[in-house]
Ligand binder design. Structure first.
Ligand SMILES: [Zn+2]
Ligand SMILES: [Zn+2]
Length: 327
């Protein structure tokens, strides 16, 4: 197999030959068709997430075809198209797993962080954490659903039944969730980097009611806001934009420090909540809902060997939607 490998935090990924992974008991091996690039991959490469397995193959938005199975795998025969997300394994025994909150598992494995991921031609995965992708005919279009879609969906559920909803940071997750919101009959307000007219035009083209810079006030107070950009100062900005009782959901795994702000911004029962990882339930729900909602992803394709370029372009905001690596 070939893979883009992170050996040292802050260093570029290296394109390498490796032995083909052998699926262990309960595992599948997948021939990768496409793997989208997530902001979390940048956080892994930059060392914002502090405990990667090194060396590690990043990438946790994988779509591919099962090409070998380990002992005991019965539901995903060779030839099945599957999606593999960030949540790669849970212990099934800790208090969080037992109460149905496996996203908070005490002993999890995460794809592309603490187990090898999909910036590769092949990857081994726990079959219980891979999802059949029946009905998804284009692996490139489907790949961004596996994290931008799934974590976006969990974030949206945390936002409750908000009708007017703000999305801060209009990248891969927001461009998917905006479509789901419109389909559900919500009004979406898109907040982008100040002056990013291309992102604002992209948001409006996907049915958003309003698009502006992140320091602008929306024309109406919001019922809830989801912050996808890893930018702490957006928390007080979003609190200012939500109505009494409004909720601000932080959808990212890492964020710069949140600046001090007056209690009056939180007063009147506004709340701030973070979203951690995903559950298999989130995945099953979203992978059923996305085709029904007619979600279309905007993608920019890179060859596998250009993963470093894709990461750099993501960092600089040089494309709309999601970058997808194709081996
Ligand atoms: Zn657990
Ligand atoms: Zn991700």
């Amino acid at each position: 197999m070939k893979a883009m490998v992170l050996h040292e935090i802050g260093r570029p990924l290296q394109f390498e030959d490796r032995p083909d992974p052998v699926p262990g008991a309960g595992e599948i091996r997948v021939k990768v068709e496409a793997c989208a690039v997530c902001r979390t991959d940048l956080h892994v490469v930059d060392g914002d997430l502090t405990h990667p397995k090194l060396p590690v193959v990043p990438g946790h938005e994988i779509v591919g075809i099962v090409d070998a199975i380990g002992a005991g795998v019965e539901t995903l025969p060779v030839g099945t198209r599957v999606g593999i997300p960030w949540l790669g394994h849970t212990c099934g025994a800790c208090p969080y797993c037992l109460e149905g909150r496996e996203n908070l598992c005490d002993r999890p494995l995460f794809t592309g962080y603490t187990r090898d991921g999909g910036f590769a031609t092949h990857v081994a995965a726990d079959a219980d954490f891979a999802f059949p992708m029946k009905g998804f005919v284009d692996p490139v279009a489907a790949a961004p659903l596996m994290c931008a879609g799934l974590i976006g969906w969990r974030s949206l559920k945390m936002a409750g039944d908000a009708r007017r909803i703000g999305l801060y940071g209009f990248g891969a997750a927001a461009h998917i969730i905006a479509q789901v919101c419109s389909w559900q009959g919500r009004d979406v307000y898109a907040f982008t980097r100040n002056g990013d007219e291309a992102a604002q035009a992209h948001a409006l083209s996907l049915g958003c009611r309003w698009a502006g810079g992140s320091d602008e006030r929306p024309p109406e107070p919001l019922d809830a806001a989801i912050i996808f950009a890893p930018v702490g100062p957006l928390v007080p900005a979003a609190l200012k934009a939500v109505r009494k009782g409004g909720r601000v959901v932080c959808g990212g795994i890492h964020m710069s420090d949140i600046p001090q702000f007056p209690y009056s911004l939180l007063w009147e029962e506004r709340s701030i909540v973070s979203v951690a990882n995903l559950t298999r339930q989130d995945a099953t729900e979203f992978l059923t809902l996305a085709p029904e909602a007619g979600v279309k992803t905007t993608t920019t394709v890179y060859p596998l060997a250009a993963a470093n370029e894709a990461l750099a372009d993501l960092r600089a905001g040089r494309f709309q939607g999601a970058a997808v690596l194709v081996p």
